[in-house]
Design a protein around this ligand. Structure first.
Ligand SMILES: [Zn+2]
Ligand SMILES: [Zn+2]
Length: 291
């Protein structure tokens, strides 16, 4: 990466220096026991889903060196408990607006004061400070589920979990991402041979269930952009998948993309994603790609 950076800088004819645009991302937790993803820049941040308790989110963010003071809003993808568990307490404690659509609010029986509730439309561009958040519909067994892409000055990070099938919208959003949290929920063989009851196996593998490793890998191989620097494999099943398996499977095809397995037990490191600006010569020494 440093070599690429230097060659880009060498090609630059612009003599002055300005700070490159970048986003900081972290998985606070990922899986059926709770989902929470942090995306932000140096000023503003959002949390996509808050499926852990407020206290646990605070603890993990502190450990990761992330500040709740930068968080400007919470976005809720759907009403399953592993995505909304902490929303009432966290939004109240930090007086944060919650972007949750009406049907999800009703179905999730989430109690929020009206002033904090913000609904959204499919593909609406929602400005949150210096960030834009774009929700788009996904296929999942919830009342009105949405995925989100977070954008800042052309750098895009997608949060794509709890998806039954790869639809055109997902392909369109994924293919523009510089980083993505992408569900790789289950190994088809492990699910088939595992002990889950038949109806549950059907539900998970249906168009309204979860993405298999093979579906996620196909999306990654076929539609990733040349700018996709980080891929988080997310929402892994505890029973029907293994972190080592997916790490190996995706790394074999990763070339220029860093593959990270998002844990269901702890927060990830914080990764910096973005255009390492061609004018960033003097920042090289202090510009860590990962922090
Ligand atoms: Zn979930
Ligand atoms: Zn779900």
């Amino acid at each position: 990466m440093q070599n690429n950076l230097k060659s880009k800088i060498t090609q630059s004819k612009i003599p002055f220096i300005f700070a490159p645009v970048s986003l900081f991302i972290s998985s606070i937790n990922s899986g059926s026991n709770g989902n929470c993803y942090y995306v932000g820049n140096s000023k503003d941040a959002v949390l996509i889903d808050v499926g852990l308790s407020c206290r646990e989110i605070e603890k993990r963010m502190l450990r990761a060196g992330l500040s709740m003071q930068k968080v400007r809003a919470i976005f809720i993808s759907h009403e399953h408990i592993d995505h909304i568990r902490g929303v009432e307490v966290l939004s109240k404690k930090y007086n944060l607006p919650v972007y949750i659509n009406e049907k999800t609010l009703m179905n999730g029986r989430v109690k929020l004061v009206d002033e904090r509730v913000n609904s959204f439309l499919d593909e609406e561009i929602i400005p949150i400070g210096s960030l834009n958040v774009i929700p788009f519909f996904k296929s999942h067994d919830a009342i009105d589920p949405h995925s989100f892409t977070v954008e800042c000055d052309g750098i895009r990070v997608g949060v794509f979990t709890d998806i039954g099938r790869v639809c055109e919208k997902l392909i369109s959003h994924f293919s523009k991402c510089h980083a993505a949290f992408l569900e790789a929920n289950y190994c088809e063989e492990m699910l088939e041979k595992g002990h889950y009851p038949y109806y549950l196996k059907k539900r998970i593998s249906s168009d309204h269930g979860h993405l298999s490793n093979a579906q996620a890998l196909e999306l990654f191989k076929t539609h990733r952009s040349d700018s996709l620097s980080h891929l988080f494999l997310a929402h892994l099943s505890k029973e029907n998948n293994s972190p080592e398996l997916v790490q190996e499977l995706f790394t074999a095809h990763s070339t220029f993309t860093k593959v990270i397995v998002a844990s269901r037990y702890e927060e990830s490191a914080v990764y910096q994603v973005g255009n390492i600006g061609v004018e960033a010569t003097n920042l090289l020494g202090q510009f860590a790609l990962e922090i």
